[in-house]
Design a protein around this ligand. Sequence first.
Ligand code: BGC
Ligand code: BGC
Length: 649
Amino acid sequence: MMRSLTGLALLLPILGGSTAAQDAPRSTSWRGDDWPVQTSPTPRDDAMEASLAGIVAGMTLEQKIGQMTQPDIRYVTPDEVRTHYIGSVLNGGGAWPGMRKDAALADWTALSDAYYRASMSTDMKVQVPVIWGTDAVHGHGNVAGATLFPHNIGLGAARDPGLVERIGRATAKQVRATGISWVFAPTLAVGENRRWGRTYESYSSDPAIVASYGAAMVRGLQGGLKGDGDVVATAKHYLGDGGTFQGVDQGENRASRKHMIQVQAAGYYPALDAGVQTVMATYNSWKDVAASKDYGKIHGNRELLTDVLKGRLGFDGFVVSDWNGIEQVPGCSKAHCPQAINAGIDMVMVPEDWKAFIANTVADVREGRIAMARIDDAVTRILRVKLRSGLFERNPAATAWAARPEALDDRALAREAVRKSVVLLKNGGALPLAPDKRVLVVGASADSLSNQTGGWSLTWQGTENGNADFRGGTTLLAALRKALGEANVTYSPDGSNVDVTRFDRVVAVIGETPYAEYHGDIRFPRPVAHSQLRPSDRAVIDAVAGKGVPVVTILYSGRPAYANDLINRSDAFVAAFLPGTEADGLADVLLKRGHDFTGRLSFAWPGSACSTGEAPGDIVQFPRGYGLSYGKAKRTVRLPEPAAPAACR
Ligand code: BGC
Ligand code: BGC
């Protein structure tokens, strides 16, 4: 199906610009009008269920609520984990042991060990190990020295679920090296509007790609669930995060029920089938405008969290809320939200105000706002995942990969992923680069691991990092110097004060600067034109183009960009997305070192500054599935350059 879609896309009159209405229909994996009926892939284990029931029956209310509470490591000590029976901790983006960005693996495992031992020395009848969760969304992003893979948007272009599964295995091992056993990935968003700041966390706007990748990532991360190289995975953010109105992060999804079921939710069915053990609720709300039905914030919606997810879809793991997500439910605060627990949230990510949360929730149960049966169900689910994943059997800080630096090193795999994920949009013969030629490299992104890795890299936003912070990473500039020879490469960040005509080729590396979540939103009515958003990138191209020397442009971006002006001023153009730490993979294809370009767009590429997705009427320059190879014709056509207006309408 996907294959024929790709073929079809190539026949479209893409160079003149087409509209999405002409685009090939979406391929979806579930075509039913209602939620599918699924069962857990893990058969019920009566002996385990009996022991779970025994443990829960022996717990006090405070112990149960403690199990449902997840503070951030910045705000909870090991001793507090012990005294408050804390069930889980997380390190949010940019949280490291001792708040040191360069924390060593031994620091990570020492902290993990301290939390674990604290959780195992409470006055509970049965000691319950704490589970630590982390955002390893493109490799273990919080850890200095970990190889970082391309963000999901690039992996989507690789069209290779097997690669994604191997990245999942590698990521699990990296995470295990820090003594952590739970990862908040994969993101199963189907990104529908490129204004959204999390577009790069989405594999594709094609639900079929999200569906096959989501399951592959779950298999890769979880493996057999109990092994030393396995971690618990999270399907997030349930439900509809990728389809909010105007791409507003944490905004309102206005999809019809059918669209939600067939498109936005497409990744969940196979991920649940693959045995994903946790699901994270999403910040957004859902209003089915066509049916005049308002589901409100998903964190407070019982129909979706309980009836659909735990009922029809057969999910028997636990649901975790997002970072302070409960406070957005009407009537709730960061530290109090019986509505969310009653709706089906089992564990509450309450990074800072966890003490008040515990007190408030204990009172909720005592005063009848939450039934004890709901609490018992939540705790049973949490303990079930802990039992299944082997946490009761061994200290996660003392497993095979713990504190082993080689576990962070997946350079060859990341290089392969980069090679497969970059998409050649234009080549009039400027590529491949030849090793004996003189190359002028321009653009600040050429020497920036920060722009190359994007958000969720060492820090939450991916900002405040220098190249040295990414131990062992390779910029494209460094990769080109290695590949072409130091003497053949000259670097000028802004392309000024250099005689371009002395060179055989110019390689311009431009791109967005890092962002995460709502920080990356481009709010309506702002046009989404790269040159307008980053005039310095256009200036660098203008400084080198039109001088008789072919210009090869590489664009780093977390979203498809309207860049026709930049493409027209370049002789070859590569959409490289956010490739991560290993730019050698880019050099491999730029030089055609035994590898051709095989990446194909996983999102349509816009042909105007106000076309924000693949909705009817949007102008598509390159449809999903587009991508050139060296083998293909080199004819280039001047693209239309509709000017970006001051504001979109
Ligand atoms: C994000 C989640 C993430 C969590 C923990 C939230 O703001 O939406 O994707 O897992 O923070 O860092
Ligand atoms: C955390 C992130 C989290 C974000 C949400 C940050 O302080 O480090 O992990 O996603 O807050 O607002």
